[in-house]
Write a new protein. Structure first.
Length: 112
């Protein structure tokens, strides 16, 4: 076995944790899960949480604004079709993100 083969095998073994029984089941496809997925993506784009793959934070304000816009579009397209809880979650997430984007925009512009 070559050194390269051993490294590849070590990499594959490192991906499997102790007691790993296979891939995790997918979470249920719910409206809340979709909203929280977009929220998480926006938080990553704002540099508030690290990318789970790279473990690094990176700020991309245009991408964060895009996720806020996506949530706004989702709100428009689902108007009148959401439960009170779904509507509340969507409104709260949008408010939080808009405040964060506004703060980041001000910080990026030198606080003006």
């Amino acid at each position: 076995m070559s050194a390269s083969d051993r490294e590849d095998e070590e990499d594959e073994n490192a991906m499997v944790s102790e007691g790993d029984t296979g891939p995790l089941p997918a979470p249920p496809a719910t409206f809340d899960f979709l909203v929280h997925t977009l929220f998480t993506q926006a938080l990553m784009a704002l540099g508030r949480i690290p990318n789970p793959i790279t473990k690094k934070t990176h700020r991309n304000l245009p991408a964060a604004r895009h996720f806020v816009d996506m949530l706004g579009m989702l709100e428009q397209k689902t108007a009148g079709n959401l439960s009170a809880d779904e509507r509340r979650v969507l409104e709260e997430v949008q408010h939080q993100l808009r405040m964060l984007v506004m703060n980041e925009s001000g910080a990026a512009g030198g606080g003006s």
